[in-house]
Design a protein around this ligand. Structure first.
Ligand SMILES: Nc1ncnc2c1ncn2[C@@H]1O[C@H](COP(=O)(O)OP(=O)(O)OP(=O)(O)O)[C@@H](O)[C@H]1O
Length: 269
């Protein structure tokens, strides 16, 4: 694995991360989530470095969303989840968010009646005194301008979010995470319901983000995974079944077996 210390801003992230061991990371050890008597996450270990664009795949019910829920404090779990050494397990969702870990949900959750900029403003902390001071001094904060630019929504900044196309709403959600300065982005099916063009644009966006952050993508779209993943974790029945490059997991017989016993990892959905 190459651990270069510098990289071009828009370079393609390398598997395992662009930034090196001393940069930010998310480490999960022996994670367990029980729902009553049912063990949805069963001893998961996962290490993600800054620069990873990690795809999390697996059959329905494998535990992918539950894993993200556990990382973001939405379901109780045991084990360890540390971000660059800070224990996240046991923190409340807003504290985890403030620690730099942000997520999106399968269904976009933006304020339809507010403009794109207002949504970003609220995500950044409008109403909180420091944000209001920032705004009073500088107008639209630079971080909002950057998020508009990164997500390609600059020309839609004054439109109500409710009239955006589906893909644009999903990009706005990602922009909201950028405004919060999330260093770890957990995205649940970011291209579900998108057309081909939107998928390509989203892939490029994730690639840009993955260069400097840690991006985890839960996805059923295997073509999208093959095009953009720097690394892949395959889950099944609450455990990590396989991990590695796209080629490595596609060639793993255990992975082929859970995908309907065929070698067609890539035909689901
Ligand atoms: N709140 C809950 N209470 C009980 N069981 C749950 C709960 N949430 C999820 N489960 C179960 O945990 C298992 C893992 O679900 P999860 O949604 O994490 O899977 P997934 O891999 O994200 O699946 P999909 O690809 O279909 O979204 C499933 O069997 C699901 O029914």
């Amino acid at each position: 694995m190459t651990t270069a210390h510098t990289h071009e801003p828009n370079s393609v992230p390398r598997p395992g991360g662009n930034a090196g061991m001393e940069s930010q990371y998310l480490e999960i050890r022996d994670l367990v989530v029980d729902f009553g008597g049912f063990r949805a996450i069963d001893g998961v270990d996962l290490t993600l470095f800054q620069g990873d664009l990690r795809f999390l795949i697996g059959p329905n019910g494998a535990g992918k969303t539950t894993l993200i829920d556990a990382i973001t404090g939405l379901v109780p779990a045991t084990g360890d989840i540390t971000k660059s050494g800070t224990q996240l397990l046991g923190l409340k969702p807003h504290q985890i968010n403030r620690a730099g870990v942000g997520r999106t949900f399968q269904t976009p959750s933006v304020f339809d009646n507010l403009t794109v900029t207002q949504n970003l403003d609220i995500a950044g902390g409008a109403g909180r005194s420091f944000w209001n001071r920032l705004r009073a001094r500088h107008g639209i904060p630079e971080i909002v301008e950057q998020a508009l630019e990164t997500t390609g929504l600059t020309h839609h900044r004054d439109r109500p979010a409710g009239i955006l196309a589906h893909g644009q709403k999903k990009w706005l959600e990602i922009g909201m995470l950028l405004v919060q300065d999330a260093k770890v982005l957990l995205l649940d099916e970011p291209v579900a319901g998108m057309n081909h063009e939107e998928r390509v644009e989203t892939g490029e966006l994730l690639r840009r983000l993955g260069g400097e952050r840690t991006v985890v993508v839960v996805e059923h779209d295997m073509e999208f995974m093959r095009n953009y993943a720097t690394s892949v974790t395959v889950m099944a029945a609450g455990k990590v079944l396989s991990e590695g490059s796209v080629a490595e997991v596609q060639n793993d017989p255990r992975v082929q077996e859970v995908y309907l016993g065929t070698s067609n990892v890539g035909t689901e959905d």
